[in-house]
Design a protein around this ligand. Sequence first.
Ligand code: NAG
Ligand code: NAG
Ligand code: NAG
Ligand code: NAG
Ligand code: NAG
Ligand code: NAG
Ligand code: NAG
Ligand code: NAG
Ligand code: CU
Length: 581
Amino acid sequence: MGKSYGIRGRLVWQIATVFLKLMLISCVEARIQSYKWKVKYEYKSPDCYEKLVITINGESPGPTIFAEQGNTVVVEVDNLLVTENLAIHWHGIRQIGSPWSDGANGITQCPVQPGEKFVYKFVVDKAGTYIYHAHYGLQRSSGLYGSIHVIPSDGVKEPFSYDREHTLLINDWWHKSSAEQTAGLSSIPFRWVNEPQSLLIQGRGAYNCSLVNNQLNSLGTGSICNTTNPECSPHVIPVVFGKTYRLRIASVTSLSAINFMIEGHNMTIVEADGNYVEPVVVQNLNLYSGETYSVIVKADNDPSRNYWAAVNILGRMPKTPTGTAVFNYYPNHPKKPPLTTPPNGPLWNDTNYALAQSQSLKALKGFNPGPPFSSDRAINMFFTQNKIEGFSRWSINNFSFVLPSTPYLIALKQNLPHTFDPTPPPEKYDLQNYDIHLPPKNPNASYSDSIYRLDFNSTIDIILQNTNMLDPNKSETHPWHLHGHHFWVLGHGIGVFDPVNDPKKYNLVNPVVKNTVPAFPYGWTVIRFRADNPGIWAFHCHVEAHYYLGMGVVFEEGIERVARLPKSIMGCGKSKRLARP
Ligand SMILES: *[C@@H]1O[C@H](CO)[C@@H](O)[C@H](O)[C@H]1NC(C)=O
Ligand SMILES: *[C@@H]1O[C@H](CO)[C@@H](O)[C@H](O)[C@H]1NC(C)=O
Ligand SMILES: *[C@@H]1O[C@H](CO)[C@@H](O)[C@H](O)[C@H]1NC(C)=O
Ligand SMILES: *[C@@H]1O[C@H](CO)[C@@H](O)[C@H](O)[C@H]1NC(C)=O
Ligand SMILES: *[C@@H]1O[C@H](CO)[C@@H](O)[C@H](O)[C@H]1NC(C)=O
Ligand SMILES: *[C@@H]1O[C@H](CO)[C@@H](O)[C@H](O)[C@H]1NC(C)=O
Ligand SMILES: *[C@@H]1O[C@H](CO)[C@@H](O)[C@H](O)[C@H]1NC(C)=O
Ligand SMILES: *[C@@H]1O[C@H](CO)[C@@H](O)[C@H](O)[C@H]1NC(C)=O
Ligand SMILES: [Cu+2]
């Protein structure tokens, strides 16, 4: 090609080509956000009590992923946990075209083994506030979690304004390791995880060290719990009088529902799970595990002092002290705690209040396409607490979910036979002979690894029905999270869902769009989504122990449209052979 141009022409051509290539590379690189993460156990004291914590590059919470809508995020994870597998889920990211990067162990990938590296690569197609966290056993409760912030593309304005933003990840915290918790849940007699020792805001809490003051730390040089440890000094939210702040708040709790408030300040909810909502002014924000919100707060109170930001447990009888951070007005000292008592929040068992806040959320006009007016298929999911051969379990329509040894995505795409039960799970439950207000008459259920197969692009309704637990007069709130989708929340109610009258009350005009939604005690929740994202998607209770005990299901949609799978997700169960180079 160069010959006819002569030496000089060739040189010019070569320089031009190099220049063009450089431009192309920098262009492409701007659209890729790359991270390299080392995941390991380290001794940390997030609430002043020293224990082993899973860190990413030395931190818990892990690094925040910052990206612009449309960017590709690439995360190379190095599993240095030595004795534990690993999988990381990108919660709220739909994984369109990359279902193998969803990070759901046993569903979309084999776990990443100790000493192995794994690359997650996905497009963040929607601006908003998201999170990531471990999706293997109970590892989330060991501290493997962080934030994902996706800003709108250049030139796209958000429907609210603010001067600065702050991130608040909320978590509940136990002193027992996730290994101990997991073993307890799979034991006879059953050993429940119980209420958390602390609540953490942005990885910081404050345990009452005088409860354990005679135990030594891992070095043997001091107390295992030390309130002067800088790792547990309270998180500070710095503000300047007169400025407006966006707080990106997310709950990664393992168990607790959370109520968040800032002493002396109201908040305006503007975003939920990555979707804009009609502004709602609240004094208290309820967050169920797996939910993310943006609220707008104006620093307009007396700036001569600091204020408490406080988190309290909702929905379960609280046995954990209020978690706090300092809402710090400039120029007061950031560590100067307010002289007031941290606020307690609303009554933990006020279901009507909690329900009302969930019902107050509506999609912001002009930003979310509304739902189809009817669905092609309605799946009832009736969840119960059960016993199977003496083990405590949770079930959906009398089946308690267990993970197969071969992940569904690989089994279905590669046509690997006999890896899971192909019988479709039930879609109804005999409610005529069941009183949801009483413990089950027969506590037995069965294990199952069967899945729901959805017609591609069909519209699906899920009717979640909550019931009484094994103990009398007890029903809890369960936050349900769907992978691969954002869904419309058509309605919530208390009591048994009425298939004739309740659908007439569905909000088909401006239902909030979410990826996690609570089902309230003795209540029902209906969601609708379009099965238009080829892949295999988990739908489960986001209480980590409940999912571990079987409270989940799996959907297949458009498997034939899924592109060739990367070999890196294979290597377990019947996919061992396929992983060989
Ligand atoms: C911490 O625990 C000790 C011992 O039980 C108790 O006397 C004290 O009041 C507790 N402190 C706080 C702040 O709760
Ligand atoms: C607590 O930690 C501080 C340093 O942060 C140290 O000086 C002190 O001796 C420790 N106290 C105990 C009881 O371990
Ligand atoms: C918060 O809003 C309530 C009404 O919704 C109002 O009564 C109260 O004064 C407001 N508080 C502040 C600090 O603005
Ligand atoms: C809520 O719990 C409190 C105890 O924390 C109890 O006194 C009260 O009766 C409960 N209210 C309802 C409506 O169950
Ligand atoms: C439940 O299962 C246990 C065995 O785990 C059995 O002994 C019991 O009879 C079953 N109960 C009913 C009502 O079927
Ligand atoms: C649930 O499953 C158990 C165990 O197979 C069975 O004994 C029980 O009858 C089932 N209950 C219903 C309502 O189908
Ligand atoms: C899915 O269905 C919608 C509504 O019927 C239609 O507009 C869209 O083109 C369909 N998408 C595919 C990929 O078939
Ligand atoms: C459950 O609540 C009902 C009334 O709501 C009451 O009659 C009954 O005694 C309670 N049962 C227990 C075991 O607390
Ligand atoms: Cu649950």
